[in-house]
Design a binder for this molecule. Structure first.
Ligand SMILES: *[C@@H]1O[C@H](CO)[C@@H](O)[C@H](O)[C@H]1NC(C)=O
Ligand SMILES: *[C@@H]1O[C@H](CO)[C@@H](O)[C@H](O)[C@H]1NC(C)=O
Length: 344
């Protein structure tokens, strides 16, 4: 594949960026960040990372110490990363969960999982020259707007995108809305978190306002952090590949020409794309990696095999059918294909 070739060919250069796969830990209705303690949480998530993930995760606890394994390739990374789950809505109105696919080069990762990046600078900047801070124990953040159903509401989150995969290597033409046409190799969602921290708060009531995107320009252009959020952190990015291939027959698609995919909380526009992050790297292992020049394959990072990652899978606490065909999305949601007045 083009991408694995790109990364292999750059592996020897003197740069600092890490990219790694995490297998699925569990797929279920829990959300220790937005609805701590609620079992089940309002909608289905797919979660990767350390196995101390639970309905309640006390920021004061030592998370790495609580986990005894991680589904991530980086053996010292007990963080949790999660997103909502995509469903296909059939013509008869029932829903089927869309499975995930591992990125090229990570075949065998259980449940597909997702690819995680920590970047100092733009992905294609092979020098990665900026000095950045790792996150502190107890740090967590959320990005996106679950209520968004219009382009206006999503405009603030242009770093949350979809790529219609013509082939597994397609990386251009990102959109803010779900793709409106058949994507032969699946749909990739790319979720880029903000990279400027207020330097004080490990979390905030909306789980977002302690972080900010750069004040001018973009992350990619190395825009400066605003004075309210002066600490430049690593940019965390997820890539999640949704295996829409079983649903690509146009005869199964809606007769009105709309696309049939819907997020587990009902959004079928795609504008409410969102992601959650709970930091859990062991000791200063992340800062060490960030401070040592490397690109993707970093000697400073302790890694484990895909077989070891897969062994860490967790049993769901919430027992319910999340796969389908379901008459409603778990939690009682129905697809919203257009903005409803009360959502505006
Ligand atoms: C999750 O929390 C419950 C108590 O709320 C506990 O019994 C269970 O062992 C925890 N699971 C994990 C994997 O930590
Ligand atoms: C609804 O459609 C799906 C996809 O065609 C099919 O597998 C399922 O059996 C149908 N369910 C009912 C109740 O007709």
């Amino acid at each position: 594949m083009q991408w694995s070739f790109l990364f292999l060919s750059l592996a020897a250069t003197s740069t600092a960026l890490i990219r790694f796969q995490c297998s699925q830990l569990v797929t279920q209705r829990l959300d220790p960040l937005v609805t701590p303690g609620m079992i089940p949480s309002p909608h289905v998530h797919q979660i990767v990372g350390g196995n101390s993930f639970n309905a309640t995760m006390d920021p004061k606890k030592d998370m790495p110490g609580e986990s005894d394994c991680t589904t991530c390739q980086m053996a010292d990374d007990f963080s949790n990363y999660w997103t909502a789950v995509l469903y296909f809505k059939a013509r008869n109105g029932t829903y089927k969960r869309v499975r995930q696919l591992a990125n090229s080069g990570f075949d065998g990762a259980a449940g597909g999982g997702m690819t995680v990046y920590y970047m100092q600078d733009a992905l294609y900047d092979t020098k990665q020259p900026s000095k950045v801070s790792a996150f502190q124990p107890g740090f967590r953040m959320f990005i996106g707007n679950v209520q968004a159903r219009t382009m206006d509401e999503a405009a603030r989150f242009r770093q949350l995108t979809y790529t219609c995969l013509e082939t597994p290597a397609t990386r251009d033409h990102e959109t803010i809305a779900l793709p409106k046409k058949v994507c032969p190799a699946g749909i990739m969602s790319s979720l880029r978190f903000p990279n400027c921290w207020d330097g004080k708060n490990l979390d905030s009531p909306d789980h977002l306002s302690h972080m900010s995107y750069p004040s001018s320009g973009t992350f990619e252009s190395g825009g400066p952090c605003p004075s309210t959020h002066p600490v430049r952190t690593s940019q965390v990015m997820f890539e999640v590949i949704w295996d829409t291939r079983p649903f690509n027959n146009p005869d199964d698609w809606p007769l009105d020409g709309s696309q049939p995919f819907v997020w587990s909380f009902g959004d079928a526009t795609g504008y409410a794309n969102h992601a959650d992050y709970v930091f859990g790297w062991k000791d200063d292992s992340l800062q060490k990696i960030l401070d040592t020049p490397c690109y993707v394959n970093c000697d400073t990072a302790r890694t484990q095999s895909i077989a070891e990652m897969n062994k860490c899978a967790q049993k769901a606490v919430v027992e319910e059918d999340i796969d389908g065909w379901l008459t409603e999305l778990p939690g009682g949601h129905q697809a919203e294909f257009a903005p409803t007045p009360e959502k505006r």
